[in-house]
Design a protein around this ligand. Structure first.
Ligand SMILES: Cc1ncc(COP(=O)(O)O)c(C=O)c1O
Length: 442
């Protein structure tokens, strides 16, 4: 193994066979940083007040000293599948820009035009004074695209989930939420007056068990991500829709990672399964395939009209600014008129997944361009990530509590802009580091 790869464990690894390296590195790293106790178990000093936990929290500093801190990297430039960090050109596999629309010249031009026409902001919330013609145009085009009667453009996808759930889930109602759902769904459930029960991830038997248990409750809402953001799993929507019918529940689907990705036209997992008329609420974001920021919720116009007048996260916040709305509208038009971007994304996804599968990594066999590489131990994952960075690859990590303890992963994601050469470099690099560290067989 190249010794420059091992500033921490260089000596410890001398003469260690590959299959023992992983454990050796973990033990060397653990002597210096115990992720579980340093990051997860934060404490207040008795008598020192609420903020003492902040002064006791030194985990980021410890990780920085070990030179394996992966967060808040400062990006100096970015375009498509490349980013510049610390003056170094890297291939990014940490991006939600699935269709490469963030830097599309037409998107930028329409954002610039809106900035000139309307200024830098909306001067208030959509509710009172911040609704522009631009918002209405986007809402109309989006509704047609997702096959819903109406939709509401909000300031983020987070707010779309949080605001929708919080205003619909009344005191007498109950939400059935997949355990792997996004944090914004958890948040919406937490602030709503109604009760939430969580079913095991994608487990239809458990969902049915819970629906049966609460069958006397009149207001029941099943909530699921369509594509789960960490595992890249897809929801069992046919199973959910069937159970919803059997137990008279409504269904809300968060298509954050489904829009622009699933189905040949990118209309999401609901369309992939031809279930768009069977669900009640379609939530989405503009921060993934549409390359910008913002979110929306779509459905029957009576439902959206209710949400429009009741969702605090929509009413009490500033409207999505003109440049973003116009950019997203153009991005949506491109998504519709250039389906070859989706085909390219699907080809790239299939190519990279086969490469990882052949290396011995456990990979989801679906169209989702999120490819988690499971490492397990948190500190080892941070170390793996650092080696990737040194080899020209900018990846994300998912560590506890985002995933369960000891289920840490390199979270990689792919776009229509990655070239075959870039994908081959990524695969070769993962293979080298994986075998060097004894994570995969040589
Ligand atoms: C599944 C899911 N839902 C909702 C969101 C929130 O979207 P936004 O970035 O627009 O707030 C995200 C983004 O991370 C997501 O992954």
């Amino acid at each position: 193994m190249d010794s420059k790869h091992l500033p921490l464990a260089e000596e410890a690894l001398q003469n260690i066979p590959p299959h023992q390296r992983k454990n050796k590195i973990i033990s060397v790293l653990k002597e210096k940083f115990d992720f579980q106790s340093a990051h997860l178990r934060t404490t207040n000093n008795k008598g020192d007040g609420i903020l003492s936990k902040c002064f006791n929290y030194d985990a980021p500093n410890q990780v920085k000293k070990l030179d394996i801190y992966p967060f808040f990297k400062v990006i100096e430039a970015m375009n498509g599948a490349r980013v510049t960090i610390d003056g170094k050109d890297l291939i990014t596999v940490s991006t939600n820009n699935y269709l490469g629309l963030t830097h599309d010249a037409r998107v930028i031009k329409s954002s610039q035009q809106a900035l000139t026409d309307f200024g830098s902001g909306c001067t208030g919330s959509r509710f009172l004074n911040g609704t522009l013609t631009l918002h209405k145009t986007l809402e109309k085009e989006l509704s047609e695209f997702i096959g819903q009667e109406d939709c509401i453009v909000m300031s983020t996808g987070y707010q779309a989930n949080q605001g929708t759930i919080a205003c619909l889930l009344g005191r007498q109602d109950i939400a059935f939420s997949d355990r792997e759902n996004h944090s914004s769904i958890y948040e919406g459930c937490a602030v709503a007056p109604g009760k939430t029960v969580r079913y095991h991830h994608n487990d239809m038997d458990h969902l049915e068990h819970l629906l049966k248990k609460y069958s006397d409750v009149d207001g029941k809402l099943i909530i699921t991500d369509s594509v789960f953001s960490m595992s890249g799993d897809t929801a069992n929507l046919p199973g959910i829709v069937k159970l919803a019918k059997d137990y008279k529940a409504n269904v809300m689907v968060d298509e954050a990672h489904g829009l622009g990705v699933m189905g040949n036209r990118g209309q999401g997992l609901t369309h992939y399964y031809n279930l768009e008329k069977e669900i009640d609420l379609y939530v989405g974001t503009f921060s993934k395939s549409l390359g910008s920021i913002g979110g929306f919720v779509g459905g029957n116009a009576r439902i959206t009209e209710y949400i429009r007048h009741k969702a605090s996260a929509f009413i009490f916040t500033a409207a999505l600014p003109p440049a973003s709305v116009a950019g997203v509208t153009t991005a949506l038009e491109i998504l519709i008129s250039e389906p070859e971007r989706i085909s390219r994304l699907q080809d790239n996804t299939a190519y990279i997944k086969k490469g990882f599968f052949d290396m011995g990594f456990q990979i989801n066999n679906n169209q989702v361009p999120i490819v988690p590489i499971k490492i397990g131990d948190e500190t080892l994952t941070l170390y793996f990530n650092k080696l990737l960075f040194e080899s020209g690859i900018f990846a994300g990590v998912a560590v506890s509590p985002v995933v369960p303890p000891f289920h840490a992963m390199i979270r990689s994601s792919y776009t229509s802009c990655h070239t075959r050469k870039e994908l081959d470099h990524i695969l070769a690099t993962f293979k080298k580091i994986g075998t060097d560290l004894g994570i995969i067989a040589q």
